[in-house]
Design a protein around this ligand. Structure first.
Ligand code: PLP
Length: 430
């Protein structure tokens, strides 16, 4: 594969931008090599600056559930641009957006728009602390809730990919208020609650973990967390930045029939533009400024471009709910095909998947937590990643990231992916 121009751009970028990228995992540090610099994308395909085409399983890390440059979103953006890109004043679009979110996600009373998933989770935690008057939070090893100080403790995603044990710059005084339990382990949560009676403001969880690879919740785990929160006045926060509008129209709250106090959103909610949101029970949400005193704000929050892109995508998903079935079928087909390929080659593997999220772990043991995810073979993943990339299949450049299937992915694309997987494995293990 010719990556001449990407290579030149990466060299320039490394002089000008730390590590050459504006978000760490993009730099391919875990897998090595040159990250292709992208020029355009349409449907399930990416095109790089050297003219190579890739079948995309990253999908901008989640937002592109219907594929890239989805026509209704592109049109809506084009129509909006001449009117205004930002007012910093209230708009009808924000009301439409809030109504749309609340229509799709059950048991949500109010929602506040922000500019990223990080902001959404940061706001949710401040709100939980302001509401309860307590400081400590419980999160889970390998879960990622953005890059606010409180969350960079045993975090997944890029922190796991770069294997950073302790993030410099996060004050110890802040980190000590973040208690950590292994994912899928209610006994560990009980132990933390017992060790810190009356001190815990919130439990925040990825309902399907997607930042240590895809790790589904074991039956009873999410329900157990919810029950413990309700019994002890702890705010139960579902981080649906990844799962929201992806694993069901109403996300994990719908899929697992949950009743979270607060839910955070990002990715799909912005239709490809920088958007996040925090929503939840009015009793708690009404503490946000200016209704209450928990301060949160944003110059560009709820701006018309972000709102029209997100609103258009959410409405498409809401009106075409059959898409979710079709996404699951595609994902199942991909998982079945990969199982067959790896099975035939005698490669130990696990392919957990939920909805249109999927991961490949090269290990013989089930992956239910971060320790198990880390125990899988990184070296095999690295080789597989590059063999696939050379064949035009764009996978996340880390085993600690979920793959995403988009609706634009065709049967032929899946067949091509499986063919590439078969060739890749043969090349790695001749
Ligand atoms: N929460 C989860 C579950 C995520 O997957 C991410 C990003 O990957 C975030 C929060 C942070 O979102 P953002 O990157 O938009 O700040």
């Amino acid at each position: 594969m010719n990556l001449t121009r990407s290579k030149q751009l990466f060299e320039r970028a490394q002089q000008l931008i730390p590590g050459g990228v504006n978000s760490p995992v993009r730099a391919f540090r875990h897998v090595g090599g040159i990250p292709p610099f992208m020029a355009s994308a349409k449907g399930a395909y990416l095109y790089d600056v050297d003219g190579n085409r890739y079948i995309d399983y990253v999908n901008s890390w989640g937002p592109m559930i219907l594929g890239h440059a989805y026509e209704p979103v592109v049109r809506a953006l084009q129509e909006q641009v001449p009117h205004a890109t930002s007012f910093g004043a209230p708009t009808e679009l924000e009301v439409l957006m809030a109504e749309q979110i609340i229509r799709m996600v059950q048991r949500l009373d109010q929602v506040r728009m922000v500019n990223s998933g990080t902001e959404a989770c940061m706001t949710a935690i401040r709100l939980a602390r302001g509401y309860t008057g307590k400081n400590k939070i419980i999160k889970f090893e390998g879960c990622y809730h953005g890059h606010a100080d409180s969350f960079l403790v045993s975090a997944g995603s890029g922190v796991a990919t770069l294997d950073i044990q302790q993030v410099p710059g996060v004050p110890a005084a802040v980190a000590q208020d973040t208690l950590v339990a292994p994912y899928n382990n209610l006994q560990a949560v009980d132990a933390l609650i017992e060790a810190h009676p009356g001190e815990i403001a919130a439990i925040i969880v990825e309902p399907v973990a997607g930042n240590m690879g895809c790790v589904p919740p074991l039956p009873g785990f999410l329900e157990g967390l919810q029950q413990r929160c309700k019994e002890r006045g702890i705010v139960f926060i579902l981080d649906e930045v990844m799962t929201g509008f992806r694993i069901a129209p109403g996300g994990a709250q719908e899929k697992f029939n949950l009743d979270a106090d607060l839910i955070t959103f990002g990715k799909i909610i912005g239709g490809g533009l920088p958007v996040g949101a925090v929503g939840g029970k009015k009793q708690i949400m009404s503490h946000l400024a200016p209704a209450g005193e928990v301060y949160q704000a944003g110059t560009l929050s709820g701006n018309p471009l972000a709102m029209i892109a997100g609103y258009t995508l959410l409405r498409e998903l809401d009106l075409n709910r059959h898409i979710y079935e079709s996404l699951e079928q595609k994902t199942q087909k991909l998982a079945d095909g990969l199982n067959t390929v790896f099975g035939k080659a005698g490669v130990v593997h696990q392919i957990p998947h939920v909805g249109s999220m999927l991961s490949v772990f090269f290990t013989e043991y089930p992956v239910n937590d971060f320790a198990a995810a880390k125990a899988a073979s990184n070296e095999l993943f690295r080789q597989f990643f590059h063999a696939m990339l050379n064949r035009g299949i764009y996978l996340p450049p880390s085993p600690f990231e979920s793959w995403f299937v988009c609706d634009a992915l065709s049967d032929a694309d899946i067949a091509q992916t499986l063919q590439a997987a078969e060739e890749s494995i043969l090349e790695i293990l001749p």
